[in-house]
Design a protein around this ligand. Sequence first.
Ligand code: NAD
Length: 446
Amino acid sequence: MSDWYRDFANSGLGGTITTQLGLPRPAELRRYEPGQPLLPGPAVVGSAGQGRLRDQLTALLIEAGITVSNPAEDGERLSAVLLDATGLTGPADLAGAHALLAPAVRRLAPSGRVLVLADPPADAGDPAQAAARQALEGLVRSLAKELRSGATANLVLVPAGAEDGLAGPVRFFLSGRSAYVDGQVLTLAPADLPAAEDVDRPLAGKVAVVTGAARGIGAAIARVLARDGAHVVAVDVPAAGEQLAQVANEVHGTAVALDVTAADAGPRLARQLVARHGGVDVVVHNAGITRDNLLVNMDADRWNSVMAVNLQAQLDLTAALLATEGALRPAARVVSVSSQSGIAGNRGQTNYAASKAGIIGMVRAWAPAFAERGATINAVAPGFIVTEMTARMPLGTREVGARLNSLQQGGLPVDVAETIAWLAQPGSSGVNGQVVRVCGQSLLGA
Ligand code: NAD
């Protein structure tokens, strides 16, 4: 689906008109393709205070074939700026962040990346250190709003002991996989890491279940997981059978017609996964419905059906997989699709927002038990995603929804899929119980 306004704003005449009127000029985002270099150009790595990650970050970039430039020298446009802020002792050290970022951001190329790494404020030794660490959140979220031309800024919190799990998240935030993830804060946890993985086919040999895979975001998830090497078991309601079969054929996967709210859906799917595939590595709870109305006009059917599909089915299916011997393979990854509505709330969507907020509670509560088995469970919260559903919205409503974010455009289903595929990778074992927003730093919600 093309973005007519973005195309117009980037045309000769359109560019002049939008600039004169002070209208947004959304950029074409750099998106991931297998085989493409991690970054198209050089990067700089700097630190504020005596950080402990700078050498590790530099080595990671060099290993990926990226030229690491000297921050003090003027030169080519930069594809990325990495700031190691793990050495902060108090607010005075933040001057180092400013000293690195101000000149480097001026040199940032279109779809460039600013990535800041720091310790969690909660682990600080004293209030001054906690203040400095927390200050980075304000800096990064504001810088993300200032950046233009498809560039993003994100913050990764690395507690002591979690350094080994840094490579996967750093690669994600630098790559085109994170095109629509902007202004976010991700907290890592210490975790066991697998041996080095194939960066182009990180899911080779894995089995992945995707619910609601017949169309929209679910079909995009199936395609991206298959591209990354997984065998995809695509699940959707029997009524969507034809579309489901098409998607399953396209990705050389398996179609399973199943209503996730059926009383025996969990045990049935779990048994089938054990019998036909020897268990599952990746579970993506994507099936979801909306039944919008103001709360005062909402009948029980609307409330109950949304809760059943969007929340209760995810709880029941996950519980059944955990309870069935051999269903969840070691180091399994569960990813639940939440929504920005579950974070910010949305008029007419008390049922939907409640169900999507419930998912966040679910993944946080299950994360410690998953960590004990070497597994993870996380949520992604998409913002305005360009789908057939949003294409049918009235022009004005759609344009407002699509532009109210730092990237000034709606995301694509593939952006949600790329984030899920990254969370599903073996190298994402340090990301657990997190909510990753794929919203272009929407102005709605935190
Ligand atoms: P969609 O309606 O196009 O697709 C949802 C799929 O889920 C359909 O194929 C449907 O048949 C299937 N499904 C519904 N009930 C089911 C059930 N009981 N059992 C099995 N399958 C079932 O929706 P989409 O826009 O692709 O959304 C996918 C997910 O992303 C949903 O969870 C949605 O809430 C979430 N989301 C979407 C957006 C957006 O902008 N489109 C934003 C935030 C979150």
